[in-house]
Design a protein around this ligand. Structure first.
Ligand SMILES: [Mg+2]
Length: 225
């Protein structure tokens, strides 16, 4: 039985129309005068803090706490503006999945496992009315390495449950090979969805426990009970 479900955000719960990626580029332009910092970088499944380090390195700057906080202070303002301007959407079936989970008799704890910093996660999900569905999670400001964020989210889930938890009682839902890998890092079950930057065929070689085109294709009950 699944007692903890951890959701990725981008490409799993929502598609923000590139709001996050664009905010990265615009912030590097505004704060460091370096719009080229993000050119050619793959954002999918990465953590915000790892991306900031990579971009800073590319423009010859050290990843100091000052540079990182200079970046994120502006990033959240620009992200919010982009979320208002760009057309995005809730991924097919995601909202129904949350409702389905919430209505399970012994409902699992429901949290986030994302590379977004917490404030970025909040802005993204709030603009689609989904932030209030989550009371805890592991975020990009908890760690630079997604596998470590998974460990943080797992531990917070244990604290909420107030009991010990086995890896196979945890379900990680995500849209990239990075999500599958971080689920494996905590010995969780993994549900991979083809609603982000990777097709079902591209995700196939990574052997998630379940692989579906979108969350309409599988019910929470069929996995969690
Ligand atoms: Mg994602």
């Amino acid at each position: 039985m699944i007692r903890l479900v951890l959701f990725d955000i981008d490409g799993t719960l929502i598609r923000s129309g590139g709001a996050g990626t664009r905010a990265f580029t615009q912030t590097f332009k505004q704060v460091f005068g370096a719009p080229q910092a993000t050119e050619g970088i793959s954002f999918s499944g990465r953590t915000d803090t790892a991306l900031v380090r990579e971009c800073l390195t590319r423009i010859g700057l050290e990843t100091t706490p000052e540079h990182v906080s200079m970046f994120f202070e502006t990033y959240v303002t620009i992200l919010q503006k982009n979320l208002q301007e760009l057309p995005g959407e809730i991924c097919p079936g995601a909202e129904e999945w949350l409702t389905g989970l919430e209505s399970i008799h012994h409902r699992p704890e429901i949290g986030l496992l994302t590379g977004n910093i917490r404030r970025g996660a909040e802005l993204k999900l709030a603009s689609y009315g989904l932030w209030s569905r989550f009371s805890f999670g592991g975020y990009g400001d908890d760690h630079e390495d997604r596998n470590q964020i998974a460990r943080v989210a797992f531990q917070r889930g244990v604290e909420r449950l107030g009991t010990s938890l086995r890896g196979d009682e945890v379900l990680v839902i995500g849209d990239t090979p990075h999500d599958i890998a971080c689920g494996r890092a905590i010995h969780a079950k993994v549900l991979a969805v083809g609603t982000g930057g990777h097709s079902v065929a591209e995700l196939e070689p990574y052997h998630a426990d379940w692989l579906v085109p979108d969350l309409r294709s599988i019910s929470p009950e069929s996995i969690c009970l």
